[in-house]
Design a protein around this ligand. Structure first.
Ligand code: CA2
Length: 149
Protein backbone atom coordinates (compact mmCIF):
# COMPACT_ATOMS: atom_id res chain seq x y z
CA UNK A 1 0.00 0.00 0.00
CA UNK A 2 1.24 3.52 -0.79
CA UNK A 3 2.21 5.27 2.46
CA UNK A 4 0.29 8.48 3.18
CA UNK A 5 2.16 11.50 4.48
CA UNK A 6 0.23 14.22 6.27
CA UNK A 7 1.51 17.69 5.36
CA UNK A 8 0.08 20.14 7.89
CA UNK A 9 0.25 23.91 7.58
CA UNK A 10 -0.53 26.33 10.38
CA UNK A 11 -2.07 29.76 10.66
CA UNK A 12 -1.78 32.42 7.97
CA UNK A 13 -0.02 30.15 5.49
CA UNK A 14 -3.16 30.47 3.34
CA UNK A 15 -1.81 33.99 2.65
CA UNK A 16 1.37 32.70 1.00
CA UNK A 17 2.13 34.48 -2.25
CA UNK A 18 -0.39 37.17 -1.41
CA UNK A 19 1.57 39.24 1.13
CA UNK A 20 5.17 39.58 2.34
CA UNK A 21 6.79 37.96 -0.74
CA UNK A 22 10.19 39.31 0.40
CA UNK A 23 10.00 36.85 3.32
CA UNK A 24 7.86 33.99 2.04
CA UNK A 25 8.29 34.19 -1.76
CA UNK A 26 5.75 34.46 -4.56
CA UNK A 27 4.38 30.93 -4.55
CA UNK A 28 0.94 30.26 -3.15
CA UNK A 29 0.06 27.42 -0.79
CA UNK A 30 -1.68 25.73 -3.70
CA UNK A 31 1.63 25.88 -5.65
CA UNK A 32 3.28 24.20 -2.65
CA UNK A 33 0.57 21.53 -2.61
CA UNK A 34 0.97 20.82 -6.33
CA UNK A 35 4.76 20.54 -6.07
CA UNK A 36 4.40 18.23 -3.07
CA UNK A 37 1.90 16.04 -5.00
CA UNK A 38 4.41 15.66 -7.85
CA UNK A 39 7.37 14.97 -5.53
CA UNK A 40 5.35 12.45 -3.49
CA UNK A 41 4.28 10.63 -6.64
CA UNK A 42 7.88 10.32 -7.83
CA UNK A 43 8.88 8.93 -4.39
CA UNK A 44 6.05 6.38 -4.28
CA UNK A 45 4.17 8.28 -1.56
CA UNK A 46 0.79 9.95 -1.35
CA UNK A 47 0.01 13.10 0.60
CA UNK A 48 -2.85 14.58 2.54
CA UNK A 49 -2.14 18.32 2.43
CA UNK A 50 -3.97 20.56 4.91
CA UNK A 51 -3.93 24.11 6.25
CA UNK A 52 -5.75 25.47 9.27
CA UNK A 53 -5.78 28.73 11.17
CA UNK A 54 -7.03 26.89 14.27
CA UNK A 55 -4.82 25.19 16.83
CA UNK A 56 -7.44 22.53 17.67
CA UNK A 57 -7.86 21.58 14.01
CA UNK A 58 -4.12 21.00 13.67
CA UNK A 59 -4.12 18.89 16.83
CA UNK A 60 -7.07 16.83 15.51
CA UNK A 61 -5.15 16.25 12.27
CA UNK A 62 -2.14 15.02 14.25
CA UNK A 63 -4.40 12.63 16.20
CA UNK A 64 -5.92 11.39 12.93
CA UNK A 65 -2.43 10.87 11.52
CA UNK A 66 -1.80 8.27 14.25
CA UNK A 67 -4.12 5.90 12.37
CA UNK A 68 -3.77 7.12 8.80
CA UNK A 69 -0.27 8.48 8.16
CA UNK A 70 3.20 6.97 7.98
CA UNK A 71 4.84 10.35 8.64
CA UNK A 72 4.03 13.99 9.32
CA UNK A 73 5.55 17.06 7.71
CA UNK A 74 4.43 20.16 9.54
CA UNK A 75 4.88 23.89 9.14
CA UNK A 76 3.28 24.98 12.42
CA UNK A 77 3.80 28.67 11.52
CA UNK A 78 3.02 30.90 14.54
CA UNK A 79 2.03 27.91 16.69
CA UNK A 80 5.66 26.72 16.52
CA UNK A 81 6.52 29.27 19.19
CA UNK A 82 3.45 29.10 21.42
CA UNK A 83 1.67 25.75 21.36
CA UNK A 84 2.57 23.23 24.03
CA UNK A 85 -0.70 21.49 23.07
CA UNK A 86 0.47 20.97 19.47
CA UNK A 87 3.85 19.78 20.77
CA UNK A 88 2.10 17.27 23.06
CA UNK A 89 -0.03 15.91 20.21
CA UNK A 90 3.05 15.44 18.02
CA UNK A 91 4.84 13.59 20.83
CA UNK A 92 2.07 10.97 20.60
CA UNK A 93 2.80 10.30 16.91
CA UNK A 94 5.27 7.46 16.43
CA UNK A 95 6.41 7.88 12.80
CA UNK A 96 8.90 10.38 11.33
CA UNK A 97 8.06 14.04 12.00
CA UNK A 98 9.72 16.78 9.98
CA UNK A 99 9.26 20.47 10.80
CA UNK A 100 9.49 22.87 7.87
CA UNK A 101 9.75 26.66 7.81
CA UNK A 102 9.84 28.52 4.53
CA UNK A 103 11.95 31.33 5.97
CA UNK A 104 15.08 30.93 8.06
CA UNK A 105 13.52 31.53 11.47
CA UNK A 106 16.99 31.80 13.05
CA UNK A 107 17.73 34.94 11.03
CA UNK A 108 14.56 36.66 12.18
CA UNK A 109 13.37 38.53 15.27
CA UNK A 110 13.86 36.66 18.54
CA UNK A 111 10.13 35.76 18.91
CA UNK A 112 10.51 33.58 15.79
CA UNK A 113 13.63 31.75 16.88
CA UNK A 114 12.61 29.15 19.47
CA UNK A 115 10.23 26.55 18.15
CA UNK A 116 8.57 24.30 20.74
CA UNK A 117 7.73 21.83 17.97
CA UNK A 118 11.46 21.34 17.29
CA UNK A 119 11.63 19.54 20.66
CA UNK A 120 9.87 16.56 19.09
CA UNK A 121 10.71 16.92 15.39
CA UNK A 122 13.12 14.35 13.95
CA UNK A 123 14.45 16.98 11.55
CA UNK A 124 13.96 20.71 11.04
CA UNK A 125 14.26 22.52 7.71
CA UNK A 126 14.27 26.32 7.58
CA UNK A 127 15.09 28.87 4.90
CA UNK A 128 14.76 26.70 1.79
CA UNK A 129 11.45 28.21 0.71
CA UNK A 130 9.07 25.82 -1.02
CA UNK A 131 11.98 23.43 -1.63
CA UNK A 132 12.00 22.74 2.11
CA UNK A 133 8.75 20.77 1.73
CA UNK A 134 10.24 18.74 -1.13
CA UNK A 135 13.39 18.04 0.87
CA UNK A 136 11.20 16.94 3.78
CA UNK A 137 9.34 14.48 1.53
CA UNK A 138 12.65 13.03 0.32
CA UNK A 139 13.82 12.71 3.93
CA UNK A 140 10.57 10.97 4.90
CA UNK A 141 10.93 8.53 1.97
CA UNK A 142 14.50 7.71 3.06
CA UNK A 143 13.49 7.23 6.68
CA UNK A 144 10.53 4.99 5.80
CA UNK A 145 12.74 2.91 3.48
CA UNK A 146 15.32 2.54 6.27
CA UNK A 147 12.64 1.48 8.77
CA UNK A 148 11.37 -1.17 6.35
CA UNK A 149 14.83 -2.46 5.41
O1 CA2 B 1 8.79 30.57 7.50
C1 CA2 B 1 7.81 29.90 7.83
O2 CA2 B 1 7.37 28.97 7.16
C2 CA2 B 1 7.05 30.29 9.10
O3 CA2 B 1 6.60 29.10 9.75
C3 CA2 B 1 5.88 31.14 8.71
C4 CA2 B 1 5.11 31.74 9.88
C5 CA2 B 1 6.03 32.42 10.87
O4 CA2 B 1 5.30 32.74 12.03
C6 CA2 B 1 7.19 31.53 11.23
O5 CA2 B 1 8.07 32.30 12.01
C7 CA2 B 1 7.95 31.03 10.04
C8 CA2 B 1 4.10 32.75 9.43
C9 CA2 B 1 3.22 32.34 8.32
C10 CA2 B 1 2.49 33.55 7.83
O6 CA2 B 1 2.48 33.50 6.45
C11 CA2 B 1 2.20 34.65 5.81
C12 CA2 B 1 2.35 34.59 4.46
C13 CA2 B 1 2.10 35.70 3.71
C14 CA2 B 1 1.69 36.87 4.32
C15 CA2 B 1 1.54 36.91 5.69
C16 CA2 B 1 1.79 35.80 6.44
Amino acid sequence: MTPTIYILNGPNLNLLGVREPHIYGHETLDDVRQSCEAQAHSLGLQIDFRQSNFEGDLIESVHEARDHAAAIIINPAGYSFTSVALLDSLKAFDGPKIEVHISNIHKRESIYQTSLVSRTADAVIAGMGLRGYLAALKEVADRLAQNNA
